[in-house]
Ligand binder design. Sequence first.
Ligand SMILES: Cc1cc2nc3c(=O)[nH]c(=O)nc-3n(C[C@H](O)[C@H](O)[C@H](O)COP(=O)(O)OP(=O)(O)OC[C@H]3O[C@@H](n4cnc5c(N)ncnc54)[C@H](O)[C@@H]3O)c2cc1C
Length: 388
Amino acid sequence: MKKLNIAIIGGGIGGLTAALGLARSGFRPTVYEQAPALGEVGAGLSVTPNAVKGLVFLGLGKALDQAASEPLQQIVRHHQTNQIMVRIDRNPCRDQYGAPYLQIHRADMHRILVDAFTALVPDGIRLNAHIAAMTADPSGVALTLADQSTAKADLVIGADGLRSSVRQWCFGGDAARYTGHVAYRGLIPRADLKDLIMDEGSCAWAGPGRVFLRYPLRHGALINCVMLGRSEHWAEETWSAKADVGELQSTLKGWPEEVQRLINAIPSERCFKWGLFDRPPLAAIVSDRLALIGDAAHPMLPFFAQGAASAIEDAVVLARCMEASDDLADALQRYQRARLERVTFMQIQSSAGGERLQMDDTERLKKEPLKNEDTLGIFHYDPANVPI
Ligand SMILES: Cc1cc2nc3c(=O)[nH]c(=O)nc-3n(C[C@H](O)[C@H](O)[C@H](O)COP(=O)(O)OP(=O)(O)OC[C@H]3O[C@@H](n4cnc5c(N)ncnc54)[C@H](O)[C@@H]3O)c2cc1C
């Protein structure tokens, strides 16, 4: 098994976590990443206790402690009155779930994974390596890169994100459906907010069909802002489409002063927008010589902030299955058995979280029992110890 030639397609959070997990178990995978460089991409990621347990298992506890922020509370306020409707205390997370709730800049999470993986496999990442085609036969998988060069693999791990080509090649067409929601994100240097006094931790404001939230990154040096809202206007499903801050200003006109101050401070070159698309859960996430992980396996709406966390869980469990098996088919079946039910649940519940956001009566948030990733029990999961 350890001699298997493993190709990981996609060097995002899932692909790199899998690469690190496999390398720690003695495999030497190659990561094929289409981007020409590993750079400062994305903004805030929530790494919830379920995922932190996996990263600690991979030896990244100290690096995370240094780079991540730990919001000790999460508040939801009313979009008109600014009154607090929900307050979630995150202090007990370490005791309750065995790991903290963290928020981190995507670039920092990425760098931590790259450093840890390349310390074990220095030539393990190929950049500028867009996989354009893949064919499998009983003897192995043939990969064709965009520059027409080719590579062979015994196992392909499809970690190529939301609009995964690997998923399409192996499981058929992309049944993406526009949900009627768009997302905006913006990153503000804290120094640009001068005298603005903010509650500790993260804060969201909820209104009919919209939620705006902000949380600190890099120990408060940056404030990450996200708006999720209903929109009839379709937007592209991409992480890099620039948005007009003016759209946010007019959409959230009349919302509390803090929201206005935050929106007005978003640098125009750091404001992005994308459409949210729903896809039905897959019936299988493995086939002969293939495993899907992360967004490629279970593209998830962001309402429960479990995209990165579930990719990390997949990667840790897959690496454990590979280490525990003497046979590839057995390892892949173990991985699917361990993961399919959970990721299907997370995918469905994340969509339901979006449906709840459609509410026109914001006060319902105060009256109804809270239904979120925490109360649904998602944080109890431990990818390092779950039976495989
Ligand atoms: C540029 C970028 C910025 C992001 N920013 C945020 C953010 O600010 N906040 C947030 O919550 N989430 C963000 N995400 C998404 C978040 O990282 C993922 O949802 C989550 O971590 C799941 O990770 P993943 O590894 O499954 O997919 P991703 O992290 O999306 O990684 C997929 C990787 O596959 C590569 N790839 C795709 N197709 C091919 C191919 N054919 N050949 C080779 N490589 C390929 C992509 O370039 C990418 O690096 C971002 C993702 C990306 C790619």
